[in-house]
Ligand binder design. Structure first.
Ligand code: UTP
Length: 290
């Protein structure tokens, strides 16, 4: 039996420079896709997959995220006093329970690998998930749940992958694949943003990972890589030399809400799944004479 994955690390300490000026005072993870902040999609996905404890790695100016996942007493009592029980119950159900969320800080944005390492003491000696909140996933079941199902079969380290077209591989981290194993397949290598025509596959790393605790030690000794930051990919590549890594091809759609286009795309595509706005959005799109 594999050791269960109970904890998820969600790094939210980045500066979000691609979204300035929106992110001057608002964390990019709090930008709204339809009716919920980007980060809430990711927390819902984690709990749906059976995660018991979410660890946020925050930074300066990210206090709103902490407030968002708190119980809002005034809001709850106002909604209930106005007879909006259903809305209050919904908010209640979406708020993590006592002791299910931790916050730690990354004082300086030294890279994704460093952000994950900041959670080492809370993670402890057990496997853990990492979810990048700006990647919003649309799938049934959710992306992490699909990975968990594969993890139960193969264990080890698992990376979620999304298929893209060969013309776009130069924008992403791309993997090379080996043998199939149940719902997963071996990953034999990774390359960041390969030059056009050189990508080993059409599968890109879309921001969800299940990792064994040994990765934290590698991150501790990791020197800075691309952009002067401590990269998660570099530590994973080192770990790949001694430990099994598997890929799971995500059956669903990934929206990169850290980029303007991905964010707009997510808003349009997910609005088309919301009963209260779907028809109007459809009409709007149909009326466009481009
Ligand atoms: P990104 O590289 O997409 O985020 O990191 P960024 O640096 O905030 O964005 P831009 O490029 O300046 O617009 C992916 C995730 O990792 C977190 C970010 O908050 C984001 O959720 N991150 C990144 C950290 O927590 N710390 C870091 O040092 C870097």
């Amino acid at each position: 039996m594999v050791k269960p994955v109970r904890k998820a690390v969600i790094p939210v300490a980045g500066l979000g420079t691609r979204f300035l000026p929106a992110t001057k005072a608002t964390p990019k993870e709090m930008l709204t896709v339809v009716d919920r902040p980007v980060v809430q999609y990711c927390v819902d996905e984690a709990f749906e997959a059976g995660i018991e404890h979410v660890i946020f790695v925050t930074g300066r100016g990210k206090g709103l995220i902490e407030d968002h996942f708190d119980y809002q007493y005034e809001l709850d009592s106002t909604l209930r006093s106005r007879g909006k029980e259903a809305a209050a119950d919904k908010l209640d159900a979406e708020t993590p329970g006592a002791g299910q969320v931790s916050f730690t800080r990354q004082q300086k944005p030294l890279g994704l690998g460093h952000a994950v390492w900041c959670a080492r003491d809370i993670v402890g000696d057990e496997p853990f998930a990492v979810l990048l909140p700006d990647m919003v996933m649309d799938g049934e079941p959710g992306c992490l749940k699909q990975m968990m199902d594969a993890y139960e079969e193969v264990g080890g380290n698992i990376i979620s992958l999304q298929e893209t077209s060969p013309e776009l591989t130069h924008k992403y981290g791309i993997v090379s694949t080996g043998e199939e194993k149940g719902k997963a397949f071996e990953i034999t290598g990774m390359v960041e943003k390969p030059a056009p025509g050189t990508a080993p596959s059409n599968l890109y790393i879309n921001g969800r990972y299940i990792l064994q605790p040994g990765l934290m030690e590698l991150l501790a000794n990791q020197s800075t890589g691309a952009g002067g930051e401590i990269q998660l990919t570099d530590a994973m590549l080192t770990m790949m030399e001694t430990e099994p890594f598997y890929g799971v091809s995500f059956n669903g759609r990934t929206y990169d809400c850290g980029s303007k286009f991905g964010f707009l795309e997510a808003n349009i595509m997910l609005a088309l799944k919301h009963d209260d706005v779907r028809d109007e959005v459809r009409e709007l799109i149909a009326s466009l004479d481009l």
